[in-house]
Design a protein around this ligand. Sequence first.
Ligand SMILES: O=C(O)CC1=CCC(=O)O1
Length: 96
Amino acid sequence: MLFQVRMDVSIPAHLSETEVNDLKSREKALAQQLQQSGKWRHLWRIAGQYANTSIFDVASNEELHNLLLSLPLYPFMQIEVTPLCRHPSSIHDDDR
Ligand SMILES: O=C(O)CC1=CCC(=O)O1
């Protein structure tokens, strides 16, 4: 199942630089691991914003939910999920 997920990040100013750097490095490690696994298919920065748009390929709504909750930056993100399905004009066989 494919989902487009937009994540808007807002890290509170009271966190120390060390805490922020630790959160970001743990987020990056997990994001890269999930990309390697194929579950996080695309990760794009939204230009000019501390936000990304991503495509996830997971088995169920519950898997996506648990994956998003596991992200270190989850407590500091506003998340919008859009379920996707194949477009009849798509030429990409893996769009499902
Ligand atoms: O910087 C972001 O958009 C938040 C984020 C998601 C995965 C990652 O490495 O950073």
